[in-house]
Write a protein that binds this ligand. Structure first.
Ligand SMILES: C[S@@+](CC[C@H](N)C(=O)[O-])C[C@H]1O[C@@H](n2cnc3c(N)ncnc32)[C@H](O)[C@@H]1O
Length: 137
């Protein structure tokens, strides 16, 4: 939502139909220009055509929380519907193939990066963003 309001073209991928519908309602309510696509991200990224390759892929597939943090009721309901991503490595690899500039992965601070070759990270107490900058081929 923030990126869309900053003027970025945003495509959001969500595989759970109920969450996809809720997202569509929220985006319409707020008048944001975000394309919501119901898809398994790894598949969608593998099929996206080269002229539509994004500058940045942001992955927030819901990390497992090794802490004891209590989440709000709404988030508990979302978590019950969503499930964690089964194959994070495949998702990251698919994202790195298409991102023209970088892939950013939201992680729990206690979890290791999905891949070791992180370019840099931005950390706080509750979250860490691992950035994989694309190196020219
Ligand atoms: C933590 S939420 C995203 C929150 C969002 N980034 C935000 O800041 O509001 C994670 C969502 O990703 C979806 N998801 C997880 N793995 C996915 C995948 N491989 N393909 C598509 N959607 C996925 C889950 O169903 C869940 O709704």
């Amino acid at each position: 939502m923030v990126l869309a309001h900053l003027g970025c073209t945003v495509t959001a991928l969500e595989r759970v139909p109920a969450l996809c519908a809720l997202l569509q309602l929220a985006v319409a309510d707020l008048g944001a220009e975000i394309e919501i696509v119901k898809a398994e991200s790894t598949d969608w990224l593998a099929k996206v055509s080269s002229e539509k390759f994004p500058d940045v892929v942001y992955l927030d597939p819901m990390f497992s929380d090794p802490g004891r943090s209590q989440v709000k009721k709404e988030m508990q309901a979302c978590r019950a519907l969503a499930h964690e991503t089964e194959d994070e490595a495949a998702l990251l690899a698919a994202a790195r193939l298409v991102a023209k500039d970088r892939v950013v992965v939201k992680r729990h601070p206690h979890n290791d990066p999905i891949a070791a070759d992180v370019s840099h990270s931005v950390s706080s107490e509750r979250v860490r963003f691992d950035v994989y900058v694309k190196t020219p081929q």
